[in-house]
Write a protein that binds this ligand. Structure first.
Ligand code: SF4
Length: 136
């Protein structure tokens, strides 16, 4: 299966202090969790809509509609990545407590490829290994 579009879901709370640069940079470098994509893969990042993530459903519906009207890409060819700030204990905060609920929303909207992670922070990985951050 090839993926033509990568959609990153970011934590709305983290977005208040994070530009998303590291995740975006990893995507363009095809590094960390983006190694399988090629130069033609498109990219978009959206916020989760705030706790508890329920608002993501409408955003995904909007994305689906635009995808259908403006591209020939099918939703089966979209890979959804949950940002590392959502799925790990990290510099910003601990893992999102609603992550399983959010994954259910994404799958219900027809996206079958859901990946836990975007950018890999070497510093956070070190702190995880030392036990300063939790592992999931
Ligand atoms: S639902 Fe999770 S990802 Fe979204 S704002 Fe709340 S903690 Fe962040």
């Amino acid at each position: 299966m090839s993926y033509d579009y990568v959609l990153i879901v970011q934590c709305d709370l983290v977005q208040r202090r994070c530009s998303g640069f590291a995740c975006t940079n990893s995507f363009y470098q095809k590094a960390d969790f983006f190694k399988e994509y090629d130069e033609n893969t498109k990219y978009i990042a959206i916020g989760c809509g705030g706790c508890c993530g329920k608002g993501l459903s409408a955003k995904l519906e909007h994305f689906n509609n635009k995808l259908l009207k403006k591209t020939d890409i099918k939703r089966e060819n979209v890979a959804v990545h949950l940002s590392s700030c959502m799925v790990t204990d990290n510099y910003h905060s601990d893992r999102c407590p609603h992550v399983d609920y959010i994954k259910d929303i994404i799958r219900k909207r027809g996206f079958t490829k859901v990946v836990d992670g975007t950018y890999i922070s070497q510093n956070a990985a070190k702190k995880r290994a030392l036990g300063n951050y939790k592992k999931y």
